[in-house]
Design a protein around this ligand. Structure first.
Ligand code: MN
Length: 199
């Protein structure tokens, strides 16, 4: 199990949650082991557009920023930079983080679903060892993916790699062909416009 320290400390420190509509966040205490773990990928139009991959591990969403987003081509290794753990409620956050706040910009739930751990070790151990292999059951992403911590000296970066299976494809490019929200069907522009109307 995770240590007792607040896993969301960095998440809270970086944000002014009185000014941003993002979830306040607490570590999920649910002990119900029957629940299937989830993942989400949020397209985030911040200073640089990127895709935030978040995987439920031990009551929080472990997170990586993937600048180019996922690929279905097993030959392509996509850089995945680890970021702060996010609260579980963040999984269905879609909207606009106001200017002047950390991560300011439009956030879309680009993909969402459940996953299966393909390794015999717990997800927590896989994360700590820097080697995760999961079967994604999302609306856009399906099949097996690996997240691997790079072995380069002092690097904290990971790589997101499609594993070979019936969903692998060098032609399919979900990032450029599937541009609408998995949660609401909206485009980035529609999300941005509807949030500015609220004011
Ligand atoms: Mn982000």
């Amino acid at each position: 199990m995770a240590a007792k320290k607040d896993q969301l400390k960095e998440y809270k420190q970086r944000r002014n949650l009185k000014k941003s509509p993002e979830p306040k966040g607490k570590v999920s205490k649910s002990k119900k082991k029957a629940k299937v773990p989830i993942f989400v990928i949020q397209k985030h139009d911040a200073s640089h557009e990127h895709y935030d991959l978040r995987i439920e591990i031990d009551g929080v969403l472990k997170s990586w920023a993937v600048p180019k987003g996922p690929s279905f081509d097993p030959k392509i290794k996509r850089l995945a930079v680890p970021t702060d753990d996010h609260p579980m409620e963040y999984a269905d956050f879609e909207g606009v983080i106001p200017k002047g706040n950390y991560g300011a910009g439009t956030v879309m739930v680009w993909d969402m679903g459940t996953y299966e751990n393909l390794k015999l070790d717990s997800m927590d151990d896989c994360y700590n060892h820097g080697r995760i292999e999961i079967l994604l059951k999302g609306k856009k992403l399906k099949g097996t993916f690996a997240l691997v911590r790079t072995l380069l000296h002092n690097s904290k970066d990971w790589l997101l790699i499609k594993l070979r299976d019936e969903y692998a494809s060098a032609e399919k490019n979900p990032v450029s062909t599937q541009k609408k929200s998995a949660l609401t069907g909206r485009t980035m522009a529609q999300i941005a416009a509807s949030e500015s109307k609220k004011k």
